[in-house]
Ligand binder design. Structure first.
Ligand code: NAP
Ligand code: G4F
Length: 355
């Protein structure tokens, strides 16, 4: 069990309701932590990804606590921090969709850049001996200067999202250098899972392909199919976050698989598992093209593998199968509802929004 002064360690997470927040919560609870998470007020529940943990009678109200606050409201962050007095803070909250950041650049900067500064300031003013993790991104490499990308590769951000992440990266380094904060940047390459948001390309594809297989959807509309990404499994990546905060010294680490695939290859793999030819179902919609694209991301995580003794456990084909299997279960449930005469909402309903 992870303890501080004989008591269970306390972690505070922003973004607990997101993909990574849910996996990190499971990991921290398995290590004996008391976990505190920030949630935003919304008119519908946003806690689907952590509902199974929250409802566990051994955890609810004793080891997992949720607090209303918002990254754009520094006072709310400071209040929660003073109340919780955590040992570790994981700043995962963000408007994390690159495509949407071109539509809402100011809000994206408010959550990603100013939100990070709000968390760092709250920590500094609290004078608590906190260890801090910043969710930095491979998107910062953008128009890449070298391949593969490592901790020394210069950044060239290509979207409002990645410009804001570069700001947050350097503020994290600055608080380490200026105030001696134990602050780490995890420069994480794309990581996916059955809990991935449905408007990111991998999940959009696995949701659509499984629905197409069952006759619930006819077409899948996508943008640029030539981009390549280094896709890993989110469950592996949250382990790296935790490991960074357990070291003697803070640092910045690239976390990646070291293998890149194009969107076309991802489509081949997904539709192949379902014995379908994706070319019959996929069409291009210019609304999903971005004003500036990131063509290739491929990470070199040698430093993390040696210093943290970290490596990914789940490979590309295994990840795709995991996502297809999980989405096939959802599609089957939708099929049953449809047969019973209920309206089912598929990702196609979201075509009005960019994804
Ligand atoms: P995600 O699923 O989109 O989750 C984002 C989280 O941020 C959600 O919990 C969301 O809350 C919260 N959030 C958004 N705006 C907020 C605000 N104004 N105040 C407080 N919370 C807010 O993202 P993810 O994939 O788990 O990624 C976690 C972090 O890692 C993000 O910072 C992302 O930018 C970064 N990252 C992700 C990847 C990746 O491939 N997944 C790679 C590199 C870096 P609601 O549920 O209420 O919307
Ligand atoms: O799945 P994506 O939206 O992920 P993207 O832009 O790489 O960003 C994700 O990974 C980053 C780490 O590198 C994170 F920091 C960030 O928060 C997020 O989690 O798009 C991947 C690629 C892009 O090249 C995009 O243009 O897929 C292409 N794509 C093609 N059609 C599409 C679509 N992306 C989306 N979302 N929707 C499409 O229809």
């Amino acid at each position: 069990m992870s303890t501080a002064g004989g008591k269970p360690k306390k972690a505070f997470l922003t973004g607990i309701t997101g993909q990574d927040g849910s996996y990190l919560t499971e990991l921290l609870l398995s290590k004996g932590y008391e976990v505190h998470g920030l949630i935003r007020r919304s008119s519908t529940f946003s806690t689907d990804r952590i509902e199974h943990i929250y409802q566990d009678p051994h955890i609810q109200g004793t080891r997992l606590f949720l607090h209303y606050a918002d990254l754009t409201d520094g006072h709310s962050i400071a209040r929660v921090l003073e109340q919780v007095k955590p040992d570790e803070v994981y700043n995962l909250g963000a408007q994390s969709h690159v495509g949407v950041s071109f539509i809402n650049p100011v809000y994206t900067a408010q959550t990603v850049a100013m939100g990070t500064l709000n968390v760092l300031e709250a920590i500094r003013n609290s004078r608590l001996p906190v260890r801090y993790y910043q969710a930095s991104s491979s998107e910062m490499y953008g128009k890449v200067k070298e391949t593969p990308q490592n901790e020394k590769t210069p950044f060239h951000p290509r979207s409002p999202y990645s410009c804001a992440k570069v700001y947050a990266f350097w503020q994290t380094v600055n608080y380490r250098e200026a105030y001696g904060l134990f602050a780490c940047n995890g420069i994480l390459f794309n990581h996916e899972s059955p809990r991935r948001g449905e408007t990111f390309v991998t999940r959009k594809i696995t949701r659509a392909a499984t629905r197409i297989k069952l006759g619930l959807q006819e077409k899948l509309y996508l943008g640029n199919l030539d981009a390549k990404r280094d896709w890993g499994f989110a469950g592996d990546y949250v382990r790296a976050m935790w490991l960074m905060l357990q070291q003697d010294q803070p640092g910045d680490y690239v976390i990646s698989t070291g293998e890149a695939h194009s969107i076309r290859e991802f489509l081949d793999e997904v539709f192949g598992l379902l014995q379908l030819d994706w070319k019959q179902y996929v069409a291009q919609d210019p609304r999903y093209l971005r004003p500036a694209e990131v063509d290739l991301l491929l990470g070199d995580s040698t430093y993390a593998r040696t210093r943290l003794n970290w490596k990914p456990e789940v490979g590309f084909k295994q990840l795709v199968k995991m996502m297809v299997d999980a989405d096939m279960e959802i599609a089957r449930r939708e099929e049953t509802l449809k047969k019973a005469g209920h309206a089912v909402r598929g990702p196609e309903m979201e075509r009005g929004a960019k994804g």
